[in-house]
Design a protein around this ligand. Structure first.
Ligand code: 13P
Length: 264
């Protein structure tokens, strides 16, 4: 296991990758890592995440209060969003927020990533819904994201960007890369006359493969009502999750949330 200093160095490395790949502009984006139930590391607010050194990284508690920060550095303005993910997803050890060009374009156009076009995206992400718009730094974004946390490991943030989380920082970053690649493929194939979607049967085979691989995290395949009823997975959970109707999946998420609250 990495020690705290090594984790800070890894956060700087991920910052460089996110910046150099154009997944953020200027000082945008933020990441955090859970050290244990009481201590978290996060990027500071208002600096370019592409040029950080370990002294930039802040340490906070589970309420986002500063435990340690060097002079001139304060925790990310989006820390409430990160802490909500940790609170509602005990399996998560790292959160990455960025504004990748194509994924953010879909988030601005109001189009969730739900078309089954590529095996890797189907296995890794399933579909990627859009959490309703909220003002950055307020509770509005955590509240909007909360609805999706039990089903997905990545969400688009309406008119804003994307959020990915996983059991390690590298894995959360990779999910962000996968979201952007999926969005880019979808955009480019739409430009070429529209993607040829995989069939429901082909999607089912890929979802079965995901289970066989024993992949960690949450995935719409595991909560799809169609799948539970023995039918082909709809690969449209992102659309359903965006509707106002209360579905089975909403109920499952509500119950999971209540149980977690009781366990606190
Ligand atoms: P911070 O620099 O405060 O983390 O904010 C960057 C950002 O992208 C807000 O959405």
């Amino acid at each position: 296991m990495m020690n705290e200093f090594e984790t800070k160095k890894e956060m700087c490395e991920i910052g460089r990758r996110v910046y150099n790949r154009g997944m953020v502009a200027a000082n945008d984006g933020n990441f955090s890592v859970k050290l244990n139930d009481r201590e978290f590391l996060c990027t500071p607010t208002g600096v370019s995440k592409g040029f950080m050194t370990p002294e930039y990284i802040c340490k906070i508690d589970a309420d986002g209060k500063v435990l340690q920060a060097n002079k001139g550095f304060r925790p990310s303005s989006e820390i409430k969003m990160h802490m909500r993910v940790y609170r509602e997803r005990p399996d998560v050890r790292a959160v990455v927020h960025a504004h990748p060009l194509y994924a953010t374009s879909f988030a601005i156009a109001g189009i969730p990533l739900t078309q089954p076009i590529m095996p890797e995206a189907i296995i890794t992400l399933g579909c990627v819904p859009i959490a309703e718009y909220g003002t950055p730094s307020t509770d509005e974004i955590p509240d909007a994201v909360s609805k999706y946390l039990q089903y997905y490991d990545a969400v688009l943030l309406e008119n804003h960007g994307a959020l990915a989380y996983s059991d390690s920082l590298l894995s959360a970053y990779h999910k962000m890369e996968s979201v952007e690649f999926y969005a880019r493929l979808l955009y480019q194939s739409k430009m070429l006359g529209g993607p040829k979607e995989l069939s429901k049967d082909q999607v089912k085979v890929l979802y079965d493969l995901r289970s066989q691989f024993g992949m960690t995290g949450k995935h719409p395949a595991e909560i799809c009502a169609n799948n539970r009823d023995g039918k082909a997975n709809c690969h449209g959970c992102g659309k359903n999750a965006n509707s106002n109707e209360t579905t089975d999946t909403d109920l499952i998420a509500m119950i999971t949330k209540k149980v977690l609250e009781q366990l606190k």
